[in-house]
Design a protein around this ligand. Structure first.
Ligand SMILES: [Zn+2]
Length: 196
């Protein structure tokens, strides 16, 4: 079974964490940075947390630099040219910090969906409506940019991006998503323990 995935969402009251069980945890904006500094998160994970959940512009730039260096090392190991490291680093940090609102659920992560409630006793199909996690965005409330938009942000022609660099960008994005998971778990443990 997959481990429980925590979802972080910025609200007017701060960062809301869902998915760890026992109700959501709400973290005031000023407490995020302080909590990230405690414990043993690697520097790049702290940057992910500050860039995304503390709206820290300097951290966004530092994270871009980290992603660029990280991707360059991968280019060397795999024999790829490094020309697009700058653009890809910019793209993945942009996608991390500016997730696009899902058009299916308007960013709510859930939507009313038709469900079949027919029982053997019914003579005609019975269709009900149920508040379900959005299948388009898997409950995150966000969707990825189009390939055309991603190529433009990375500064690569669409054909070249789709042929070669899109999946490399996806892999780099996964690295940031993995760091974000660590950040959310760290914050969850910190604040759910405190509340208990
Ligand atoms: Zn959705």
């Amino acid at each position: 079974m997959n481990p429980v995935r925590l979802l972080g969402k910025m609200t007017a009251k701060g960062l809301r964490l869902d998915g760890g069980g026992g109700g959501p945890v709400l973290i005031a904006p000023g407490d995020v940075a302080a909590a990230l500094a405690m414990g043993d998160l690697p520097r790049e994970a702290v940057l992910v947390g500050l860039a995304k959940y503390a709206d820290d512009n300097n951290s966004q730039l530092a994270l871009r630099d980290w992603a660029r260096a990280h991707f360059r090392r991968r280019c060397v190991v795999r024999g790829w040219k490094q020309d697009y490291a700058e653009g890809l680093a910019l793209l993945v940090v942009y996608e991390l910090v500016n997730p696009t609102r899902c058009p299916e659920c308007a960013g709510r992560g859930k939507r009313w969906e038709s469900v079949d409630l027919t029982t053997p006793l019914d003579v005609a199909p019975v269709v009900g409506r149920s508040w379900e996690y959005c299948s388009r965005c898997k409950g995150t409330g966000t969707v990825r940019l189009s390939q055309r938009d991603r190529a433009a942000i990375a500064g690569i022609t669409k054909t070249t991006f789709c042929d070669t660099w899109s999946r490399r960008a996806d892999e780099l994005w996964e690295d940031l998503a993995t760091l974000e998971d660590r950040v959310l778990r760290h914050l969850w443990h910190h604040f759910s323990d405190q509340a208990a």
